[in-house]
Design a protein around this ligand. Structure first.
Ligand code: PMP
Length: 636
């Protein structure tokens, strides 16, 4: 259950009245915290009138009933910055009802307004105002300001005599539900209980807005049972005996299961979640953007989020200029790169260049073009008769040189730089990558870096940067919007773009998907780029890499482990077992790690971890332990 921040349109709006009603009704689920209070203590009042409630001490209490910054100055004290106050949020097994002071724009300290603290608290907010004349204007003005400041309000509470007119106007113009509460007849515990009993349905409906309903055990059972009847899962046999794991929530490095268990997500979902689940800044960017826009087509239309994201991405590119072509998943980012590469040669008068070169162990997605260059016999053998011709060679600059010397038909080489993910987390050195690129350059062949898995995972934003190379096309997807939403981008170098830069409409790149450059995904991706620019993701990467190097030592001791390797935040090992990807050992390792509360999803006989960047040291230790347990299970 999430904490709730109570804001008022102004001083005396009715915040404490609402807090008293709420805690009287839900003391078993919510505790009270007023981080900063001035003048007569609301904390003491709540403690006195709701004896059943857990009431936490404020982070800062000041005597004079004026703005905290002023009250502190008069007492010769200083109000800490919002980040510090938010960091003092008490630990409580219950959710917190966090009461603010004054209005959202009341000064907090010498440099910040209270809204900075509200943003830091990153919890659903409700806005309280009294229902006297002027409620509509007060509520709407506050809602607009809060939206501009990136705080989204989940409900407006009117305190006082019911006012349907005001409620209807606020709902219409503020796009937010409005609930009316009468204050108690007197300020004592008995009157509060009567006021709550008389208004329980309204309180319950407010609770259901703020707190997503929890899934009961019976609902979880029925979920799995209905899933088995109606849903077809990716990469899963229809007669899968294990059945799906019901996940009902996610936060940081954890997944909450329907039966109340918490798993550590050791694989960042499908290698997507970058920082951690529901990172507050990404969630806040999503909420803010959703108050302005939903979806709009991207042909002949643009929006600020896509333009800003394209600017940001091009700043990370190894060339000046170039363009970003958006799509919506890793496979489509690859399809776009392949089609662009071929069309580039058509425009250059070399349409015979229609051969692509991929590498053993390479994987580039599940659509037809991506399958043709990935060509994994287990995943795609069935479709072999339908795939276009592509060469597949070992990762060897000499072999690439041989091939490119023999044929002038090659359009492009495609590789996952430094780590081949789905093919078994196989790693190669920056020097090898650099040599492969040099060979492609020498033969005048385009070079595609499929960074769908590697983006922000290997220690530099792009893995190819570590080889000091400049690919002609770069594909990104999974982590682009921090893993929150589906978004992909294919970055094209200036030379590729130049071949399309003509008035001839027949030379248009005819490709696009309905949800290309989805505004909400782009908004989250812009926030994600900002987080990346702050640079502490590199610190986290180093922290995880060091933990993995230590863990690798303790895993090498098992004789049935043939290789243990680390690159950035990825730790992988091979278990000697017949059967490769379809080996039963994969299932045994999956189950053993699950028993230790860690989600790992071996690629056959390859066990690996690839956790979100902000995974705590303790959780990294638990992942390493689960890997040891899995390896032991594999050796049985
Ligand atoms: N390229 C690489 C390197 C990948 O790892 C993947 C997905 N595992 C893809 C492309 C395809 O991405 P998506 O699943 O989003 O289509």
């Amino acid at each position: 259950m999430s904490d709730v921040v109570v804001l008022g349109t102004d001083t005396d709006a009715g915040k404490t009245t609402f807090a008293l009603l709420w805690l009287t009704a839900f003391a078993d689920r919510f505790a009270y915290w007023k981080p900063v209070e001035t003048g007569p203590s609301d904390t003491d009042l709540v403690r006195r009138l709701v004896p059943a409630a857990t009431v936490h001490e404020p982070a800062l209490r000041l005597a004079e009933p004026v703005a905290p910054a002023l009250a502190a100055r008069r007492e010769g004290r200083v109000v800490p910055i919002a980040t510090v106050i938010a960091g003092l949020r008490p630990l409580d097994p219950k959710a917190l009802l966090i009461e603010s002071f004054g209005g959202p724009l009341s000064p907090l300290n010498e440099t910040e307004l209270q809204v900075a603290l509200v943003r830091r608290l990153a919890s659903p907010a409700i806005l309280v105002t009294n229902s006297q004349v002027g409620a509509v204007g007060r509520a709407l003005a506050s809602l607009r300001v809060l939206a501009m400041e990136g705080v989204s309000v989940w409900a407006v509470v009117l305190i006082g005599p019911p006012d349907d007119y005001a409620a209807e106007k606020i709902e219409r113009h503020g796009s937010v539900p409005v609930i009316n509460f009468r204050p108690p007849n007197a300020w004592d515990a008995t009157s509060l209980v009567s006021a709550v009993e008389a208004q329980r349905p309204a309180l319950e409906s407010c609770l259901s807005i703020l707190v997503p309903s929890e899934t009961s055990p019976a609902e979880v059972d029925s979920l799995v049972e209905r899933d088995r009847r109606h849903v077809w899962h990716p990469y899963t046999p229809l007669r899968d005996t294990a059945g799906p794991i019901p996940v009902v929530g996610a936060a940081d490095e954890f997944l909450d299961l329907g039966d109340g268990r918490r798993l550590i997500d050791g694989i960042s979902s499908w290698w997507t979640i970058l920082h951690g689940h529901r990172h507050p800044e990404l969630m806040s960017a999503l909420r803010r953007a959703s108050e302005r826009i939903d979806h709009v087509l991207f042909a002949g239309i643009t929006h600020p989020f896509a333009v800003e994201l394209a600017d940001e991405l091009l700043r990370t590119a190894p060339w000046n200029g170039g363009r970003v072509f958006f799509s919506d998943n890793g496979s489509t980012a690859v399809e776009v790169a392949l089609k662009m590469a071929y069309q580039y040669w058509c425009h250059r008068g070399e349409p015979h260049r229609r051969l692509f070169v991929g590498f053993d162990g390479g994987y580039h997605g599940d659509t037809f073009g991506a399958m043709a260059v990935g060509r994994d016999p287990i995943f795609f053998g069935r479709f072999e008769p339908l795939l276009f011709r592509a060469e597949r060679i070992p990762i060897s600059p000499e072999r690439l040189d041989d091939l490119l010397t023999r044929t002038r038909e090659v359009a492009a080489v495609i590789i996952e730089p430094l780590v081949q993910g789905a093919g078994g987390m196989r790693m190669h050195s920056p020097a090898t990558l650099s040599d492969l690129h040099a060979v492609a350059r020498r033969h005048g062949v385009l070079f595609i870096a499929d960074e769908v898995m590697t983006c922000a995972r290997t220690g530099s934003f792009w893995a190819h940067t570590r080889a000091g190379i400049a690919p002609d096309l770069i594909c990104a997807a999974k982590t682009l919007a921090g893993g929150v939403l589906s978004l992909a981008a294919t970055l094209a170098a200036p030379e590729v773009v130049a071949a399309f830069d003509t008035d001839d409409r027949a030379r248009t790149f005819f490709h696009g998907h309905s949800f290309t450059a989805h505004p909400l995904a782009c908004a989250v991706a812009v926030a994600n780029q900002r987080l990346i620019r702050t640079g502490n993701w590199i610190w986290h990467t180093d922290r995880i890499r060091r933990a993995w190097q230590e863990a690798a030592e303790s895993l090498r001791v098992f004789p049935w482990i043939t290789d243990v390797r680390v690159c950035g935040t990825i730790l992988a090992l091979d278990v000697e077992a017949p059967g490769g990807y379809l080996a039963d050992v994969g299932r045994r390792m999956f189950e053993a790690s699950l028993e230790r509360g860690v989600l790992l999803r071996p690629l056959g006989n390859v066990l690996y971890a690839l956790p979100p960047l902000r995974t705590s040291d303790e959780s990294l230790g638990r992942i390493a332990e689960a890997m040891r347990a899995a390896v032991l299970a594999a050796g049985r």
